[in-house]
Design a protein around this ligand. Sequence first.
Ligand SMILES: [Zn+2]
Length: 153
Amino acid sequence: MIGYMDKDKYINKDGNNMYIAKHFIIEELVDPETYRTRGDKAWELLDERMLITLDKLRERYGSITVNSWKWGGDRKWSGLRTPASPWYSTYSQHSHGKAADCIIKNYTAEEVRQDILADPDHDDFKLINSIELDVGWLHFDVRNCNRIKAFKP
Ligand SMILES: [Zn+2]
């Protein structure tokens, strides 16, 4: 289906092919305690398909907020969720580093969802397997499912 495993494209500054997001720092994708405990190793907790998609969405739509705690904001569980989160759920895609809740500065979540659903196999969207409907943010995830699964909260 999807040839995302062409990782040779992703050689980073250290010369390995681990995917590090181009447009996000790790603090935007994990909570403060995970960052304090794991530092840059927290990248290993996040599915590379989710990271690749975040970069593609950022390049397509412009500014995107996931977590904002690094700059004093209140969002810290919009990427990875650990059991310390009040919204933790064992089987949530957030618990497995496969989901992000995005606030897109220049578009509403509904505009972006309609854009994705209109052309789900576009290169920018091809790794998205599921989106959440009827919420004020863009939740996408890379779960194993019959894509694109669109679910209501
Ligand atoms: Zn979510």
